[in-house]
Design a protein around this ligand. Sequence first.
Ligand code: HQG
Length: 174
Amino acid sequence: MEDERMIRLSKRMSKALRHQPERVGLTLDPAGWVPVADLLNALGISETDLREVVDRNDKKRFSIDGDRIRANQGHSVEVELGLPAATPPDQLFHGTVAQFLDDIMREGLRPMSRHDVHLSPDRETARRVGSRRGRPLILTVDAKAMHADGHEFRLSANGVWLAQHVPARYLETA
Ligand code: HQG
């Protein structure tokens, strides 16, 4: 499949599995899963195409488990992914842009329209995330101190670290 078509399909799948399942007549189970067959019907795509999107996806956005599929993270609809709490690396990174900095340094990182704050394991990934909005600005998160203070971290199936909130005292611009 051509890259452009794959990206388009991936976006449609993200929309159906993270944001607006009802728009295509789907209902996610509490953990975010739907039968693969239902998604194929809802989007009018072939199983071969769907599997190619899942396998080749640059960020491993989707997981297939038997005959069901879900998005690994990034939901705006209510789901309980059931990820266990995990010990983060000492430092994590968040890519954003300068216009949000004052708010972030006042109230910390908030999930905004998603379920969780998304944190990257390395600067390069954070830079890519920030670049979606303009000139990227990288924040370093003192995950070690945050974890020691009792804040929970979860690791999604595609390597994104998730937290409920990152208070500003753990953030540094660097
Ligand atoms: C900012 C994509 C003001 C935050 C990416 C970000 C990632 C605040 C924006 C994943 C704030 C939210 C997530 C506060 C945070 N005041 N602004 N207190 N706290 N922000 O898209 O992290 O393609 O929901 O810095 O690659 O940018 O969807 O989060 O700029 O992995 O798979 O509010 O989404 O992956 O934006 O990106 P987002 P994000 P997918």
